[in-house]
Design a protein around this ligand. Structure first.
Ligand code: AMP
Ligand code: MG
Length: 402
């Protein structure tokens, strides 16, 4: 093996990742536990919604023509023939010429009526209703198929179910939904210097930040993280943990030990147990990244620095997760902003710079590599494409929000 990494472009690395992505597996789950899950198929309306013409206000169902010219000074006088009850269709309550019917919000529009006058513009005196405002045909009425038409596509596959979506799915009669199974992602932290969160680090030691960070991100994104703890930079430990994790998970992420240092054996071990497809990506931070495969499962070696590991997670691992969840467009929130100062960058590698976005201005946070504080002081990343030599002050950028 050579002393240096053979670096490939981000686009090639992502193509490799897509190429080894396990197929999406679908499962059926109850609607009430579907929040945040990804729809695996399209959903169509099983009936017209709302299914009947209904009033959208409390008022009187009328024939619009009977209210023509009505106003405060000259109200239209209509005969009230009855009241509509909620949840029932009342053919008897038909509205004929010169008559009206009291109707609550959501009530079934009686036959003959074609509009509703809000109760605020009426006055009831005995059986007579004074209508003080003209309404046009269809006013304050929701038509039977105005929300969704039977057979219409309401949701396409790949959509993350929001709380609003769950409400609409319920209205469409989906008591159960078909969603992508959550990929199980194994997380292994490597390094002789690492200690668990519960320990007080001694000299030379640091707490394992990556496992919690990766797990939190993956949970939010729709995966099931499976933590395997910390292992020492020692061949046997690597082999033992991988032999356990690979069969139990759909994807395995190792962090630390991914560069070409004598101690860094992740690549060597992945090569022994499976194959290394990529070792080195033209990305900053995150160059010493490994993409490999063991027993057909994708295995990543992420750089140890938490900020680098996070950038690689977003830029390289996320496309795989998107694939496994059947997401067509990456679910990343972005905002347009103006760059506050120049950002220099080396042509040929894709750079991710942490920024603070405020009032549409993106200010880069430059800091020594290895700092944790820039991860929480920043609220997003600006991506500088490999072809650019940097970005100039005042240029429009798209910020990937954390
Ligand atoms: P490595 O990629 O193993 O060369 O590690 C690069 C740097 O990241 C070193 O300073 C490590 O101490 C640090 N590091 C590696 N893994 C972790 C982790 N899980 N949590 C926090 N820092 C880490
Ligand atoms: Mg290490």
């Amino acid at each position: 093996m050579s002393r240096f990494l053979t670096v490939i472009p981000v686009t090639d690395a992502v193509a490799t990742v897509i190429g080894i992505s396990p197929a999406m597996v679908a499962e059926r789950i109850p609607l009430e536990s579907s929040g945040g899950r990804i729809l695996a198929g399209e959903v169509t309306a099983d009936t017209d919604i709302p299914g009947f013409d209904r009033s959208i206000v409390d008022g009187y169902a009328v024939r619009a023509a009977d209210t023509a010219g009505a106003g405060d000074a000259i109200p239209a006088l209509l005969q009230c023939t009855g009241r509509i009850a909620m949840g029932r269709s009342e053919p008897a309550a038909a509205t004929g010429p010169g008559t009206c019917t009291y109707i609550p919000t959501g009530g079934v529009l009686p036959a003959g009526a074609n509009a509703v006058v809000m109760v605020e513009y009426t006055e009831e005196t005995g059986d007579t209703v004074l209508v003080k405002k003209a309404v046009s045909h269809g006013e304050n009425v929701l038509l039977h198929d105005e929300d969704f038409r039977k057979g219409e596509t309401v949701f396409s596959a790949g959509r993350r179910i929001s709380p609003q979506d769950a409400g609409v799915l319920a209205a469409c009669g989906c008591a159960a939904v078909t969603v992508a199974k959550r990929p199980v992602v194994g997380i292994i932290s490597t390094g002789n210097e690492l200690v668990p969160v519960t320990a007080v680090p001694g000299p030379g030691q640091v707490r394992d930040a990556n496992a919690s960070m990766l797990a939190a991100y993956l949970t939010e994104y729709g995966c099931i993280p499976r933590l395997y703890g910390i292992i020492a930079d020692e061949r046997h430990a690597f082999e033992t943990i991988l032999a356990r994790a690979v069969p139990e998970c759909d994807v395995v992420l190792l962090s630390g030990g991914s560069s070409k240092d004598d101690r860094d054996m992740t690549a060597a071990i992945i090569a022994t147990m499976g194959e290394v497809l990529v070792h080195g990506i033209a990305i900053a931070p995150g160059k010493p990244t490994i993409i490999g495969r063991i027993q057909g499962k994708p295995v990543f070696g992420l750089p140890g620095h938490p900020a680098s590991a996070f950038v690689v997670l977003i830029a390289i691992v996320r496309p795989l997760i998107d694939r496994m969840l059947g997401i067509e467009q990456p679910l990343q929130r972005t905002v347009r902003a103006t760059l506050a100062i120049n950002i220099p960058s080396q042509r040929g590698r894709e750079e991710y710079v942490r920024v603070i976005v405020e009032n549409g201005i993106a200010t880069p946070l430059f800091g020594k590599s290895g700092l944790l504080n820039t991860l929480i002081r920043s609220n997003g990343l600006v991506r500088i494409p490999a072809g650019a030599e940097g970005l100039e002050e005042g240029s429009a950028v798209e910020v990937i929000l954390w």
